[in-house]
Ligand binder design. Sequence first.
Ligand code: NAP
Length: 527
Amino acid sequence: MSTPLLGLSYLGFVRGRPGAFSWQSFNTTTWNHLPEFFHSATAEDVATAGNLAAAAAPVLAALSGAAKAAFLRDIAMRIEAATPALAARAQAETSLPEARCLGEIGRTMGQLRLFADLVEKGQWVDARIETANPDRKPLPKPDHRSMCRALGPVAVFCASNFPFAYSVAGGDTASAFAAGCPVVVMAHHAHPGVADLMGGLIVEAVRAAGLPEGTFSMLQGDGREVGQLLAKHPAIRAIGFTGSRTGGRALMDTAAAREVPIPVYAEMSSINPVVLLEGALAARGEAIATGLGATCTLGVGQFCTQPGLLLLVRSAAAEAFAGHLAAQFRAAPEGVMLTPPIQQAYVKGLTARSGRGGIQTYAPGKGTGKPGRALPTLLAVAAKTFLSDKSLQAELFGPCSLIVWCDDAAQLHKVLGALEGNLTATLHGTDEELAANAPLIERLATLAGRVVVNGFPTGVEVSHAIVHGGPYPSLSDGRTTSVGSNAIYRFARLVCYQNFPDAALPVELRAANPLGILRMVNGEMVK
Ligand code: NAP
């Protein structure tokens, strides 16, 4: 791909103007700026992007599932063709290794194709029909037909830790397009070159599909300025976000304060508790320590599903397990973090935590002392201390996990009861322990959107059944998921058509069921 990086926003088919400030992306591995300059969008550009999206919204909402599927597949195809250039730029801008970049590009294409299949089949609209009964007494019953329709323009805020799968053409964008919504992306300032390349591919796909130019726009710049203007634009109907709790909360507050408030689907922070029961540790403690150590330090711990909290009830098996786990952390290499501010936040948080009274630091490995690096570190604290200090629950983004030592099962339940919402909760136990601990499993299910048994939570499968979202603060709205095909419902709303002539109904609701989809007709599921 030979497209030069102009460093400007995309306002539909037109490039934006250079706004108030310019910056260069930074390579944390080489500790150097990359040569290209990027330019923040102007306030006028934000307004233009919103207005274009508003104009495109009715056209996209009326698109057939087949047309949306073709569009999504075309984006995936363009990404496939541009993979080498995308991966190379992502490596330079994020310091993520090549294999991770390639894997994430594959996942991004997979997400687009998953949504293409979903909307092509058409089932997702949840069509329901209650036929009329004119003879009903005392009042005739009307004909009611309902289905999901597009919500309208969606603002997507890109994540720093997933330059593809949660960025310009990531899950939020794919699910919004699939629902029939135009998208305005707020690119992440740390990988603006990847955003520039990816934005260009989507614009080409919009053109090729003959869709209105407002189908897609992408703004460069500072989220706190440009992003806030975008969140306030009256055309925007929902926001998708992945990042810090501060950023997510700021957008939730902005969305709530608008003249017309809008939903924000913000994935903010999660410490992903792992409960390790004595029987499992006695039977296979060393193997669990090996797997857990690898998953806690994977990708320099920069995953929303990194297990940051490990809960143990004191026993000889648990002590031995902690020793094995500490050895895994010590043996794990230091890694380059995504950005200098993320690395600085990790070091600051770790220093504060390990310097606090009552925290044991298992000796970390030896680092090179080069800038931008993070050392995997295992900490431990008594449950009583943990319960007395809410700051120990805060996500420490990076390769650090905290063991909480509980005196007994009752204290373990107390710790779990004090936790905030999480994306995942994991339990390791023998078959007998799992059978005997139904209340514990139930508690984990109230705590998290995904409960893992005898496994590790870090990998997130993109599928129809995955749930990547849990109670606040892991997601701002714990009823939804930001990964998998169910993510489409964030950007749809139910519309009921009353007493419509058949020909005026959306095809999904017509009597002949031309799409052959499964529908609920008078309470029964039928084709
Ligand atoms: P972030 O600071 O929350 O930024 C994410 C995006 O939101 C950026 O585009 C950012 O723009 C924008 N933003 C931030 N504050 C905003 C505001 N007040 N109004 C509007 N937009 C705003 O996250 P980050 O840069 O990716 O990383 C910072 C920290 O977030 C990490 O150290 C980590 O603690 C946490 N994080 C967590 C996860 C997770 O999966 N749990 C993932 C990524 C990051 P600007 O920065 O350009 O203003």
